[in-house]
Design a protein around this ligand. Structure first.
Ligand SMILES: [Zn+2]
Length: 147
């Protein structure tokens, strides 16, 4: 009885680590590169993705050349639905479809871009703004698989 009481919480903790938050499977080959990258967190909110609601309550871009134009909230630059494992990166360095393993986050795939996401900086998608804030900004040794 005591053993079960010890094993059960441990199993729950381990299962949580494995299933959350990465949603992409590990690539079957060895990584092409190991790079030290600065990883920040983001979500689909207006503060993270540069949108606001117009007077009709519809989401529009809040800055840049597309300011005021309709914005599809939660849709990545490549047209996929953002979910945990979705990564934003500089396409000049990491083309769309590049896969990565970020320690503490898991496996992800580059499907998005961002104005401030240049060169050695990547952005990790989280379901909520609070989770993104909790991640903050971390330097990580990232495994990279180019498409
Ligand atoms: Zn956010």
């Amino acid at each position: 009885m005591r053993i079960i009481a010890l094993i059960l919480p441990l199993f729950t903790v381990l299962a949580g680590c494995v299933t959350r938050p990465a949603t992409f499977a590990s690539p079957s080959r060895q990584a092409d590169a190991y790079l030290s990258l600065v990883a920040t967190g983001y979500c689909h909110c207006g503060a993270c993705c540069g949108w606001e609601r117009n007077w009709l309550g519809r989401p529009v871009f809040s800055s840049g050349s597309a300011k005021g134009r309709p914005k599809s909230v939660g849709l990545t630059a490549s047209g996929t639905q953002a979910k945990p494992g979705t990564l934003a990166a500089d396409p000049a360095y990491f083309p769309m479809g590049t896969r990565m393993f970020i320690p503490g986050y898991g496996y992800g795939r580059v499907e998005d871009t961002g104005g401030a996401i240049k060169a050695g900086r990547i952005d990790l998608y989280f379901r909520s703004h609070q989770e993104a804030l909790n991640w903050g900004r971390r330097q990580r040794d990232v495994q990279v698989w180019y498409p």
